[in-house]
Structure formats: C-alpha cells, structure tokens
Design a protein around this ligand. Structure first.
Ligand code: GLN
Ligand code: ZN
Length: 756
C-alpha cells in the first residue's frame, strides 16, 4: 500500500510565512530573507512527509500567497495593468494579490473568491482578449529540483487547465473555449520540462470536476486533455479531484489516458457507487481519498479499511490518499498545551494525519489488519464515550415549532416603524463592525491571556479603545456606530470561547487567504450559553453617544461553518443549538437598549453544496431557518442587520431575503457591483449596503469613485433602502488608511445625498 498527500499546509506551524511576508511588505526584511523563510518551510514539510513514509509527496504546493495565482503567473496570465507597474516578478505577483499604491502607480488587487466549499480564498485569474497563455515561469520546476537536492523525490502539483479556465474571469469577448489551444500547449510545454527533469508523476488538480458539469464543460475538459495527454511522454499524469464526487465525468476520466485518478471518498457521496457501477481501468492507479483532509477528527480505521476492501474488489492499483489538500487543517497538536489529553486523543491535524497514513500503510497489507495493535487501539477509541450531552439544550431544540422561526410583524410593517423611530438621513453610513486591531490591542489581549494583567486592566483598556472609537466615528460623521470589536480575536473564536460545548486551540491556524489565518474552534459537544457574551461592551459604547450603536454578533451558520464540526450529529442539529444560544444573546442586547443588532453571516454561502440539487435538501432548508430562529423574538422596533462577505449569492438571493433581516451589508466592490442588478430584478425587500470600497487592500478610495459606485447603485436600488458602508470589517487594516477611507466614504455619501 502506497500513500499520497494532495498538498500540505504552507504558512508554517507558527505562521512563519505570514510574519515574514508581512515584514517584507513593511520593508522590514529583504526579499532574500522572505525567500529563505519559504525554503525553510518547504524543506520542513518535505522532511516530515518523508519521515512518515509518504510515497507521493507534493511539491509546488507551497505558495507565497495563493496556488491559483501561482498557476496564473506560471502561464503568463498577468493583466497589463500589473505589468505596466514595471516591478520585479515577485512584486508584480504581490501587486496582483494585494493591490499596489506607490511610486509606480495605483492598481487594485485581483478579485478574490472562496475556494469551492472551503474557507480558503483564491485570487481570480483575469483573462482578456490580449492574454497570451504560455509557459512563462519556473517555480514548479525549481521546487521539484529543490526537493530533489534534499533527497526527496516529489510529485509536482499544479491546478489543471479545466479548473483554471473555469475559475478565470474573462474581461473581453473571448471565453474559455477560445483559450483551449493555447492552454493545452502551455501544459504540453510543462510536461515537456517535467520529462526533461525526469519527473515520475505530476498531479493536476481538477476540483472543478466535482461541480455540476454541462456537456460543454465535459467537451472542454476532453479537448484540453486529449491534447495534453498525447504529449505526456514518460511522465505519469494523475488527475486529482476533491470536495465531492465526479458523477458527471467518471467515464470520461476512465476513457482518457490518465495514469492515475484521484477520487474523494469522504465528501464524494457517490464515489464508491461510481467505482462499483462502472469499474476502474486496470492500467490506472486509483488515488483513493480516504483520510479526511478537511476535518480534525481521527480517522476511524474500521471505516477506512472497510472501504479499502470494497475498492480492492474493483480496482487493481490503489494508493491511499488524503481526500483533499491538508491546507484546510492546522499543522500539529504538538503546540497545543492546554487541550485535555482525553480530548487530544480524538484529534488529528496535518502531522497526526501523516502518522495515520504511516499506520494505515503498515496494517493495510497485513493478512489480518483487524488483529493488529494499531487497529485495536483505534477501534477502542471509537467505541469509547466522548461527549458530554446537554439534555436541556436537546430538549429545547426538540420543542421548536414553526412560530420560533417566524418574526412578526412582517417586514414592510417593521420597516415603516423603524424608519420613523431612527429617523436616519438618506443613505445612512455605517461600518461592518471591527476597527483596526493595532499592536496595542493585540498586546493587551496577549498580556491578559498570559496572566500579566488582571481582567479589570484588560477590560479597562478595551473600554478606552471603545470610547476613542466611538468619538472618532462621531467626528467622522458616521450615522450608525459600532463599538469596534477590540475584545475579539476573531468573530467566531470569540463566541466559541464564550459558549459551552466548544473546544478551542492555541496554535491551530488555518490559512484563509494570503497572510491571513483563522483558528477555528472545535464543536465538541452540545452548545449552550451560560451568560451574556457581548452586552457589557455594547452597552458601554451605547452609553457614550446619542447615535445608534449596533450590537455585534456572529450568526449560527457562520459559527458552524468556521468551526470544525462534529461528525456524530448533523450540521442542522448543531446549527439549531448554536442559534438558540445566540438568540438568548440577541434578547439580552435588546433588553439592554441596544436597538440595532447585527448578526453576521459572513460565511453563509460558503458551505452551500457544490451541486445545485443538494442546495435545499442538504443546506438551505436548515441554514436559513437557523438564522431566523436567532432573531424572531425581537420587537418590531429593533432593527436586525446581517452582513455577508462576498456577494456571490445571486443564485440564492431569495433565500437571503427569506432570512428576514431588516438590513444586509455585503462585499461588492471587488466583484464590480454585479449583485445590484440581481437585487433589482428579484424585488429584494431587505435594505442593502453593498460595500463601497475594498477593505482587503490598504488602498484609500477616492470620494469620486465611491460616488460613482453609489450612483450606479441608486440606478437599481430604491433610495430608501440603500446604506453606505465598506465591504467588510476593518480589523486587518491600519488606522491611518481606515480613518482616511471612512472620511471619504462619509463625504461621498453627503455629496450624493445633496443631489437627491
Ligand atoms: N463584524 C465583523 C467585523 O467587522 C464581520 C467580519 C466578516 O464579515 N468577516 O469584523
Ligand atoms: Zn465580511
């Protein structure tokens, strides 16, 4: 039994790459130092995989920012506006990733989108009519040679041509089909180089294949690969899929001369049935994704061996693989000093998964794997009782009725009541919640966690920050204020730490985008709230001003989506438990005179199943009700806001309206306000604040560009329903650019208001 890893995390066990990159951006370290950090990380990742006997170790899975951006650069997909800056290749790369504002010019970053059903984000390759797709880089080859020098023979990894062309954005008239030839030729050139290097296997990632495919998609895929595979020479080509099954193209893959097919048996509901129904070609290797690359629970060997046995009856050559890249799990349990030993036993992060691979490899080929010590120990764990149930929560969830999911009076009536009550100007201005988490804010939290300061001192500092933040917002002239979220490390972790039933980690970071990492809590048992979590800070902020201050909560779907979920109860049941806990907080805020409450569902779209046929049945049928459950108990006067990152919800726009919030703010500027047409067409009732500038970049928007955006919005959205706000929270930004940007925002709103 051989083993394969699809990709390894890359930011470093202690986020070394994040810190080095940020220091490089600030000009504090040289490019050589940054490169050295990258090299050290790659070496460490290869070594640990080698030590665990992994047979197919990936290379080129490392990235300074994003793998798809690397692929775009390798293939010369670099829009002219970035080339025109005349920067070094790496600086151009970072300009595409983060935008650039300096002596050489002023350009925005490429669009960024969520990577399939994960919380990872990729940079959207941008192709125009003049783009010449061709091999234009060496990163992939350099990293193969670098590993080889360290005596590690790797399997270079690259996004495949189909997924690349499907995810790219086309800004001219030409579409994916017009680039088939050039793209295929570029991959042929890559295979040529790999042949010269003597590479044995290459992995082409095609997660695009697990989505709903049309006949045209399959034709596009076949056209690309017919040409590419005819030139593979001695290199064996593994087409790697993940995040689902490949029901629409299973036979196409069997028929094409691939040497290996990677299939996900964890998220791929139909994968096993497909293999059974159609068989598996004897001359191909099945890379069977049986170890979950996304979740952090230990692998149950009984299940894995059972599946292997079923597969072996059908397939001649099998390699044991992760279900997807390990990019989506934290590095190691070794840094977790506070997790109870009893809990740790159930967990496996990337390094522990490597050990599982080593163990499975050692027992899978034995005559009776089920009598091995490793197996028996694993099975004993799964037979032991893990959870502390909370019967009160279970009873509350079981007693829910339709009325608990319905807010009264209906939207229109509430809207009139709220307009009369708040009496806000037209195009009211607000922010999404967090303000810059500057070094002093982090230092305060850190000192408290380390025990260097008392809780009172810790809170006192936060109160001072809140007071300054409120004063500043008043000075800037915003209409609806926030407290700034200084007490929150992360919008989900904060609630995870305050609720019962979650378990949280110290160093279990997972890359979200670029240098940004998140530390998802673990849903360990039934969820409940024992005391108010946000009332004190919100009430304090409210006491400082006569303007409305929004209470700020994270919604149940986002809390669940940004946590590592349980595998022993359904997502629906977990979501309803969390919703009940957040509902109590909403009612406490209302009782404490917080008149506007924002319940963020930043990640609502994220776990939408990749296939449309599953959307309602597996997700929306509980996700939307979970949100409604949270706010259905408030008075008509209490205004409920929600916020979503990324406005790719044109296809679920009615479900979003059915969340029945009073106001929704969302990311829009990076996707060129595409969503406003959809809002216009569907008769969206919820008031809306499409973000007027991108907060993922330090760039300061001009008053003129914000006004232009607002003018475009007003052409489609009723003036009485339009809010003015940034795209998302401001915590990752510096203070200077934040104040400057918000002043521009308020100024733009005032100028547009004057024309109404
Ligand atoms: N209220 C949160 C903040 O401002 C929302 C963050 C998010 O949408 N990701 O930070
Ligand atoms: Zn957001």
């Amino acid at each position: 039994m051989q083993t394969s890893i699809i990709g390894y995390p890359r930011v470093g066990t202690l986020r070394e790459l994040k810190f080095a990159s940020e220091n490089y951006f600030k000009g504090e370290i040289s490019i050589d130092e940054l490169n050295q950090t990258g090299a050290n990380l790659r070496a460490a990742h290869w070594k640990i995989q080698q030590e665990n006997g992994i047979d197919f170790i990936p290379s080129n899975d490392f990235s300074f920012y994003d793998g798809l951006l690397d692929t775009a650069c390798l293939l010369n997909i670099v829009p002219e506006r970035y080339q025109a800056l005349g920067l070094s290749p790496l600086a151009t790369y970072f300009a595409m990733a983060r935008g650039y504002q300096g002596e050489q010019g002023d350009v925005k970053a490429l669009a960024m989108k969520k990577w399939f059903n994960t919380n990872y984000h990729y940079m959207v390759p941008e192709i125009n009519d003049a783009t010449t797709i061709q091999l234009a880089g060496t990163k992939m080859f350099d990293e193969y040679l670098e590993a080889k020098q360290q005596n590690v023979v790797t399997k270079p990894v690259l996004t495949g041509p189909f997924t690349l062309l499907k995810l790219a954005k086309y800004t001219g008239v030409k579409q994916a089909n017009d680039f088939v030839r050039a793209t295929a030729e570029a991959y042929v050139a890559i295979l040529g180089q790999l042949n010269e290097l003597g590479v044995a296997w290459v992995q082409l990632d095609e997660p695009g294949l697990v989505t709903d495919l049309s006949q045209e998609d399959i034709a596009l895929f076949s056209k690309l690969y017919a040409q590419i595979l005819s030139a593979k020479g001695n290199v064996k080509v593994l087409v790697q899929t993940y995040f689902g099954d490949i029901r629409d193209c299973y036979q196409t893959l069997q028929e094409l001369p691939f040497d290996g097919i990677g299939i996900d048996f964890i998220e791929g509901k139909e994968s096993l049935a497909l293999v059974k129904q159609y068989g598996f070609s004897d001359d191909k290797v099945l890379f069977a994704g049986l170890v979950n690359g996304k979740n952090i629970w230990k692998n149950q060997y009984k299940r894995t061996l059972g599946l292997l046995q079923e597969l072996r009856a059908q397939v001649k050559q099998i390699v044991l693989s992760s279900s997807c890249s390990l990019l989506h799990v934290p590095y190691t349990l070794a840094h977790e000093t506070k997790l109870p030993v009893a809990s740790k036993r159930y967990l496996a992060f990337a390094e522990e998964k490597l050990q599982e691979f080593a163990q499975l490899k050692s027992i899978a080929d034995q005559a009776d794997p089920y009598s091995t010590d490793l197996y028996l120990k694993n099975e004993e764990l799964f037979n032991s009782v893990r959870f502390t149930n909370n019967e009160a929560v279970q009873a509350k969830a079981a007693a829910l009725t339709e009325a608990d999911f319905t807010r009264l009076p209906a939207f229109g009536e509430r809207e009139a009541i709220q307009h009369a009550k708040f009496n806000l100007p037209q195009l009211p201005t607000t922010t999404i919640g967090s303000f810059p988490q500057t070094a002093d804010v982090r230092a305060n939290r850190f000192a408290f966690k380390k025990g260097d300061i008392t809780e009172e001192q810790y809170k006192q500092f936060n109160f001072e920050k809140i007071a300054a933040c409120v004063a500043l917002q008043e000075e800037i002239g915003l209409d609806v204020l926030v407290h700034g979220e200084y007490e929150r490390n992360d919008m989900v972790e904060y609630f995870g730490e305050s609720l019962d039933g979650f378990m949280f980690t110290e160093k279990a970071w997972v890359q979200s985008y670029g240098t940004r990492c998140v530390k998802p809590p673990i849903v360990w048992g039934d969820i409940s709230r024992s005391k108010p979590m946000t009332v004190e800070y919100s009430a304090y902020a409210k006491s400082l001003t006569s303007k409305p201050v929004k209470g700020m909560l994270t919604g149940p779907v986002t809390i669940l989506n940004w946590s590592f979920p349980r595998e022993d109860i359904s997502l629906r049941d977990s979501a309803f438990q969390i919703a009940l806990a957040i509902r109590d907080e909403v009612l406490d805020l209302e009782a404490n005179h917080i008149e506007i409450i924002q319940i963020d569902e930043a990640a609502l779209r994220e776990k939408l199943p990749l296939r449309k046929s599953d959307w309602q049945s597996e997700y929306l049928s509980w996700a939307i009700p979970a949100f409604r459950l949270v706010h259905s108990g408030v008075q008509a006067e209490t205004q409920i806001h929600t916020h979503m990152c990324y406005s790719q919800f044109s296809d679920i726009i009615r479900d979003i309206d059915a969340m029945d919030a009073d106001v929704i703010t969302f990311e829009a500027s990076r996707s060129d306000l595409a969503i406003i047409d959809v809002i216009n067409e569907c008769g969206f009732q919820t008031e809306v604040g499409p973000g007027v500038y991108d907060i993922h970049s330090p760039r300061i928007p001009s008053v003129e560009e914000i006004k232009q955006g607002l003018t475009r919005m007003l052409a489609k959205i009723d003036t009485a329903k339009l809010w003015v706000n940034p795209d998302c929270g401001l915590k990752t930004r510096g203070e200077k650019e934040t104040w400057a940007s918000l002043k521009q925002l308020v100024q733009a709103a005032k100028e547009v208001r004057a024309t109404l």
